[in-house]
Design a protein around this ligand. Structure first.
Ligand SMILES: [Fe+2]
Length: 342
């Protein structure tokens, strides 16, 4: 028996209880794990519910945006109620680790299920799902054969045709960090200078707005996370977006920059055993596919097979590790700002 109740709602956080309450009664011995999640996907609750049914462990889920989640943890310090932290983006998860909000834990299960490039060498966090930063092109504006990878967006023929999301988006910070690792600082600066000089529209607050602008011909090409296009194609945001997403081509650079959502034990976790059990479940093939399937992300291994992804279902990840993306985040922000990325 499962109860999923919305307890409170505010701009900052929502709390849900999933599982356990009726099965075990509300005794003080009921096992519980308290999850702080920056993954803002309703469908995650289905995976939590499956876990709760399997284990009898109740989940108390607190959802908030990534940045406010980290601030909340810092504020709460030792008094924090968090046992397990879930965050999206390499920069955020690395920053949480750097701020001392996570604690190390290693297990053979986690080491086996999470490929090495997608986990912290110190065991403070483990990726759970993958996302690809792709190019979205309007074929009436730009010859799709001329745009194959991120560096092509610096080419002079794209003057006035490039649209970008704002600099404060961790997705773009991680992309720039990725290029710093792969190509070095001088080449990355040259790429940024060229690409920024091709931008004509104001910088976008989100990937969906940017995709709409490309589809409407306000821009010729942009950079977005792949799952936004899939969600638009699936009609998640309504029929208008479905039509718009059908007008763009998705180009997956080869190799592609891969970002992740990840989880780690909270520094002051009290329900350690339960948190570890949940983390291991989410990182297992079943858990990872369960999280990634309905959000159109990709699991840790293999690809999401949803039909909306059929035009851009596979990718060849570059060799940059999630840890490296974190290490180069500060430098990335610095050179983005110096290049004029707003
Ligand atoms: Fe996102």
């Amino acid at each position: 028996m499962v109860l999923s109740a919305r307890i409170s709602s505010s701009m900052l956080a929502s709390i849900f209880f999933i599982g356990g309450m009726f099965a075990q009664g509300r005794s003080s011995t009921a096992r519980e794990v308290r999850v702080y999640s920056g993954r803002h996907y309703n469908t995650d609750k289905k995976v939590f519910k499956e876990f709760a049914e399997k284990t009898g462990i109740r989940i108390r889920l607190i959802e908030a945006e990534g940045i406010s989640l980290i601030e909340k943890l810092k504020r709460e310090g030792k008094n924090s109620n968090a046992d397990l932290i879930l965050l999206v983006d390499a920069a955020r998860i690395n920053n949480a680790a750097k701020a001392g909000l996570l604690k190390s834990y290693r297990s053979t299960k986690l080491d086996k299920n999470v490929p090495e490039q997608y986990r912290d060498p110190q065991g403070r966090w483990y990726a759970l799902t993958r996302r690809v930063r792709v190019l979205v092109v309007n074929p009436s504006e730009v010859n799709v054969n001329e745009v194959k990878t991120y560096s092509d967006l610096a080419k002079p023929f794209l003057k006035g045709k490039v649209c970008l999301r704002k600099r404060n988006s961790p997705y773009n910070q991680s992309l720039v960090a990725d290029q710093l690792v792969l190509r070095g600082e001088a080449a990355t600066r040259r790429w940024l200078d060229g690409m920024i000089s091709n931008v004509s529209q104001p910088y976008f607050p989100g990937d969906i707005g940017l995709t709409r602008a490309v589809a409407q011909g306000l821009c010729g090409v942009g950079i977005v996370n792949h799952y936004y296009i899939a969600r638009m194609l699936a009609g998640v945001n309504g029929s208008k977006d479905k039509v718009l997403a059908g007008k763009v081509d998705v180009i997956t650079p080869d190799p592609a920059h891969i970002n992740v959502s990840a989880g780690g034990l909270a520094r002051y976790a009290k329900n350690n055993k339960e948190a570890i059990e949940l983390l291991e479940y989410l990182a297992s093939p079943e858990g990872s596919i369960g999280l990634a399937g309905p959000t159109y992300e990709h699991p840790l291994r293999g690809y999401n097979s949803s039909k909306e992804l059929s035009g851009f279902s596979t990718f060849n990840p570059d060799k940059v590790t999630i840890r490296q993306l974190g290490r180069f985040n500060k430098k990335a922000i610095q050179i983005m700002s110096q290049s004029g990325w707003d």
